[in-house]
Write a protein that binds this ligand. Structure first.
Ligand SMILES: Cc1ncc(COP(=O)(O)O)c(C=O)c1O
Length: 184
C-alpha cells in the first residue's frame, strides 16, 4: 500500500500549514515540488562542483560532466529508453515541445504534412504547431473529445492519413484527469 505520510515526509515544503491546514499541492504539471534528496543534490552540486558540462578539460568540469551523464543514465533506465542519446534535458514542457516541433519539422516534414493534437491540450502543445502551420504550411488537425471527456477514437482514426507525421497529445489531461490512449 502507498504510504502517503512517508512520501509527504520526503517533501519539506509539505510540512507547511496554509489556511490552517497541512499543505496539499496539486499543481505539479506547472511546477513540481522537489523531495529532499533532490534539494540536497542540487545544493551539493552548487557548493562543490558547479562547472561547465562537456565544455572544459579542468577537474571540476570533468566531474560535472560525469555527474550530468550519470543523471542521463538514471533517467534512461527509469523510462526504459534504449540509449542515453535519447535523453535530452530541457527547462520544461514548453521548451521541449518547441524543440521537437522545430527540429522534427526541419528534418522530416514538408508543406502539406500533418500534425494531430487533441482539443484538450495545454497551450504549450498547441502554439508550436500553429507556428509551423503559419510559417511552414503544416496542416494541424484536432481530435475531438466525447461526452466522457475521452478522445473520440473513431474521429481520431479518420484524421490519420499518409501525410500524418506526428501525433502530440498529453497522456493525462491536466483539465479533467482523464487518461487517454491507455491499454484496456
Ligand atoms: C498540462 C501542462 N502542460 C504543459 C505545461 C507547460 O509546462 P512548462 O511550464 O514546463 O513549460 C503546463 C504548465 O502549467 C501544464 O499544466
Amino acid at each position: 500500500m502507498y504510504d502517503i505520510a512517508k512520501v509527504r515526509a520526503d517533501f519539506p515544503i509539505l510540512s507547511r500549514t496554509i489556511y490552517g491546514k497541512p499543505l496539499v499541492y496539486l499543481d505539479n504539471a506547472a511546477t513540481t515540488q522537489k523531495p529532499l534528496c533532490v534539494l540536497d543534490a542540487m545544493r551539493d552540486e552548487y557548493l562543490n562542483v558547479n562547472a561547465n558540462v562537456h565544455r572544459g578539460i579542468h577537474w571540476l568540469s570533468q566531474q560535472a560532466t560525469d555527474l550530468h551523464e550519470a543523471a542521463r543514465e538514471t533517467v534512461r533506465k527509469f523510462i526504459n529508453a534504449r540509449s542515453t542519446a535519447e535523453i535530452v534535458f530541457t527547462r520544461g514542457t514548453t521548451e521541449s515541445l518547441n524543440l521537437v516541433a522545430s527540429s522534427f519539422c526541419d528534418g522530416f516534414m514538408q508543406e502539406g504534412d500533418e500534425v494531430i493534437v487533441s482539443n484538450v491540450e495545454h497551450h504549450s502543445n498547441i502554439v508550436p504547431w500553429q507556428i509551423l502551420a503559419q510559417r511552414r504550411g503544416i496542416v494541424l488537425k484536432v481530435i475531438p473529445i466525447n461526452e466522457d471527456g475521452m478522445f473520440d477514437m473513431n474521429a481520431f482514426e479518420k484524421l490519420i492519413t499518409k501525410r500524418t507525421k506526428l501525433v502530440s497529445v498529453a497522456h493525462v489531461s491536466n483539465v479533467m484527469g482523464t487518461i487517454n490512449l491507455s491499454e484496456k
